[in-house]
Write a protein that binds this ligand. Structure first.
Ligand SMILES: [Zn+2]
Length: 450
């Protein structure tokens, strides 16, 4: 999942708004702390262990955090292609299982200082980055009019901490491996689990493409490339389901984004949620535009869904490790997804509908941020902080994970909208009183915006 890119600079805030709206409409409650079903079923155990094994491999040191264009990402891709082959998936890239893309990031401006008298502006040297999507299919890709469904995820992450890392080393110049267990070894493991189930008992008659993208963290590069140069015609792709950060199911709360991209989604989501073992508290958001690869498909007029188990304090940090995932929760999501794929297979057509752009004008614009990860699944009063970025205004003021922001300056913060409205009133460099609740007690802090 990407935290920020040039095109979705306010994606998280917008997503939060939508979650909030969805919560108000659906009157969704807090997370059910009951961790779900008793783990007695052998199949469930086997699925959970298979996914744990895949996550442990992907997060191992030898793949070095899987940063796009680096040896660790290529090695992880090779491993993934072998896994796909062992599950009976056919090669569906443009070179075996691989689909190569090249991307030249925009050169950042650099300021070179010469002594203390003159400054010259220069362009940094920008190297082309080569990434590889890994794509398998349940049938050979031949030029026919078959319908396809795409199950997608991304396997790249932040390596030793790229510009999207929220971790700040104590000593400057230090780096740390970012294993990306939830983001997004969890999605890869879930995709492989569905491939393995399909090999035993096909979920649908028509073929499925299992696509693991690279370059996601850098800005959806791999999925953009795929939808520009698909290995089956885009007109043959009926739907796309994206798994990005599905390893931290808490209670029963599951976010499903994109339910406005086809009129078929709501009924299917509801019917499958009534199946035994499902029973999720669904947090729905209609928009097809979000901080992950389904966006590329939505923008190519494909109905999409994105499954997501929520933000957490380990997001984009070296602490996003394999031992923190809820593997039984992933089995529940796999069961739910398999049900959805089956129901899609029984439909004659899956119409596409455009959704309201999530970056619409309802969202206040703001120039400053606190440097926190809001808890988008929080439904109480205020804005609860799910993570704090080091060296940013909130951290400097002393805010912590779990604090609930209830006032910024004169503005009462009742919810995410109030929070964003609060931010829209201030400028860089100003100092503002921010009131938070910590363990129920009110604490007022001085925040200097950056
Ligand atoms: Zn991410």
């Amino acid at each position: 999942m990407i935290y920020r890119t040039s095109i979705f600079s306010s994606t998280l805030s917008s997503a939060g708004l939508l979650v909030l709206t969805a919560c108000m409409l659906a009157a969704c409650g807090g997370a059910n702390e009951d961790q779900g079903l008793a783990i007695s079923d052998m199949g469930l155990q086997a699925s959970a262990e298979a996914m744990r094994a895949d996550v442990e491999v992907l997060t191992a040191d030898r793949f070095e955090g899987r940063e796009t264009g680096k040896p660790g990402a290529y090695a992880a891709g090779e491993w993934l292609a072998r896994r796909m082959k062992s599950l009976g998936l056919q090669a569906a890239g443009d070179s075996g299982y691989f689909q190569t893309f090249r991307y030249k990031p925009h050169p950042p401006m650099q300021v070179h200082g010469h002594g203390d008298t003159s400054l010259t502006m220069g362009m940094a040297m920008v190297r082309e980055i080569v990434g590889k999507n890994v794509i398998g299919a349940t049938a050979p890709v031949v030029d026919t009019n078959q319908r396809w469904g795409v199950i997608g995820c991304h396997h790249d992450h932040l390596g030793w901490g790229d510009e999207n890392s929220l971790w700040r080393a104590e000593a400057e110049g230090d780096s740390a491996l970012h294993p990306g267990a939830d983001d997004n070894a969890s999605g890869v493991a879930l995709l492989l689990e569905l491939a393995s189930r399909h090999a035993v008992a096909p979920m649908v008659d028509h073929p499925l493409m299992m696509a693991s993208f690279s370059g996601e963290e850098k800005g959806l590069w791999g999925s953009n490339h795929f939808t520009d140069e698909p290995t089956v015609g885009m007109e043959h792709i009926d739907w796309m389901i994206n798994f990005d950060m599905v390893g931290r199911l808490k209670g029963d709360t599951l976010a499903v984004y994109g339910n406005g991209t086809s009129p078929v989604w709501n009924d299917i989501l509801e019917e499958c949620n009534a199946e035994e073992g499902a029973g999720f508290e669904l947090v729905l958001s209609e928009s097809g535009v979000g901080p992950s690869d389904h966006t590329s498909f939505y923008l190519a007029d494909v109905p999409v869904l994105h499954f997501f188990t929520g933000q957490h304090e380990d997001y984009h940090k070296p602490t996003d490790t394999a031992d923190k995932l809820n593997y039984e929760g992933m089995v529940r999501i796999a069961d739910y997804s398999a049900c959805i794929v089956q129901k899609l297979g029984a439909l004659d057509s899956i119409p596409f509908t455009k959704t309201k752009d999530s970056t619409n004008d309802d969202a206040p614009r703001f120039k400053v941020t606190l440097g926190v990860v809001p808890d988008y699944l929080y439904s109480g009063t205020g804005m609860r902080i799910d993570g704090v970025s080091d060296d940013r205004p909130a951290a400097i003021a002393g805010m912590k994970k779990g604090d609930v922001v209830v006032r910024i300056g004169e503005i009462e913060v009742l919810d995410m909208m109030g929070y964003m409205e609060g931010l829209s009133k201030f400028e860089e460099g100003q100092t503002t009183e921010v009131e938070i609740l910590r363990g129920g007690a009110s604490v007022v802090m001085e925040v200097t915006w950056d």
